[in-house]
Ligand binder design. Structure first.
Ligand SMILES: *Cc1c(COP(=O)(O)O)cnc(C)c1O
Length: 347
């Protein structure tokens, strides 16, 4: 989280604009809450240039609920949907969807150990897929597609770890979803941006609460919404605008990644396993030449104030996740620590 945003949130927490009541205590039907939602949506639309014929939904259940909600809304039970498997998250998405529709794996990078993605020329695409799903940035293995796939089916993208880290051509996508906790704000919120024409098709009977069309019609307030996370997300959107928007975020994103990969590549002590053209600009896994030193590295890093560098439990090693709120100085500190650690341990 940007420090500036947390300070702003703290200052407004107890008394909302002199009303003698906190946002945490207000009805979601109240005017201030409606305004919070309207402003958050307007700022997000401005940042990402979201056209009017796309719905912006603030939902719950994290990105993981979208693994099931997407097929429920966009496909009938007998329809095919194409999935590109480029890492743990897209694999999970396909597994969840397989209970809801006919999942067809277009290609999988699993055989490579998720360090690269099969070339698009080798993908097997269904003749009439309800949609094509992929995760442009795989958060765990640090594998990123250099560009959005060109497919004829509606394109559904899980952008949980890279949304708002650079400009995105929303019109190239038909549905974008992102759990808020990586690049937006508090957990408990999931953002969905979807072409209205697509979500209004109603492919099967659904509980209202799971229907994108119903949520759109209700302004994401079919029931009591996660008011506070939406408010904090709105503060983050305003912060992004003050920073210079997504062009400025892209400069920062590239600077952070450039610095860390340079440190890894210029040393025999560290390595990143991902094929260079698929390296993530946000999540950078790395290993030590001597894996026996992993726990020493992590303990010393923690003591130096460098938190959460342990790789995901499914892959091990180290991983630096550098979201929008990570200042360049944070990467600077990591690189200096890595250099020092390598020198002390014979690198
Ligand atoms: C973190 C993550 C998820 C899971 O998010 P939850 O909100 O915990 O369900 C899904 N996809 C990607 C790409 C992620 O990074």
């Amino acid at each position: 989280m940007p420090h500036e945003v947390m300070t702003e949130v703290r200052e407004r927490l107890i008394d909302w604009d002199g009303r003698g009541i906190s946002l945490l205590e207000m009805s979601h039907r109240s005017e201030p809450v409606r305004q919070v939602f309207a402003e958050a949506e307007a700022d997000l639309r401005e940042l990402l240039c979201v056209p009017e014929d796309y719905a912006v939904l603030f939902l719950q259940g994290g990105a993981s609920l979208q693994f099931a909600q997407v097929p429920m809304n966009l496909a009938g039970p007998d329809d095919a949907a194409d999935y590109l498997i480029s890492g743990t998250w897209s694999k999970k998405a396909a597994q969840e969807a397989s209970r809801e529709c006919r999942v067809q794996i277009a290609a999988s990078g699993e055989e490579s150990g998720f360090v690269s993605v099969p070339d698009a020329s080798t993908w097997s695409l269904s003749a009439s897929a309800a949609y094509f799903h992929c995760a442009p940035n795989e958060t765990i293995s640090g594998v990123e597609l250099p560009e959005l796939p060109q497919v004829s089916a509606p394109l559904v993208v899980d952008m949980s770890s890279t949304i708002l880290s650079r400009p995105l051509d929303v019109t190239r996508c038909d549905l974008i979803y992102a759990g808020a906790q990586k690049n937006i704000g508090p957990s408990g919120l999931c953002l969905v941006i979807a072409r209205r024409e697509l979500i209004e098709r109603r492919m099967r009977p659904l509980p209202n609460i799971l229907s994108y069309a119903a949520q759109d019609a209700a302004g994401s307030m079919l029931n009591t919404p996660p008011v506070f996370p939406v408010y904090v997300a709105g503060c983050v959107f305003r912060w992004l605008k003050r920073q210079g928007g997504l062009e400025a975020m892209e400069v920062a994103t590239r600077a952070r990644a450039g610095m860390l990969y340079e440190a890894i590549d210029s040393s025999d002590f560290y390595a990143n396993p991902v094929a260079p053209e698929f390296r993530s600009l946000t999540n950078v896994p790395f290993t030590l030449a001597d894996a026996g030193l992993d726990s020493v590295f992590l303990a010393e890093a923690e003591a130096a104030g460098l938190h959460y560098l342990e790789g995901h439990r499914s892959v091990g090693g180290m991983r630096a996740s550098m979201y929008n709120a990570m200042p360049l100085a944070g990467v600077d500190a990591l690189v200096a620590f890595m250099h020092d650690f390598a020198q002390r341990h014979g690198g």
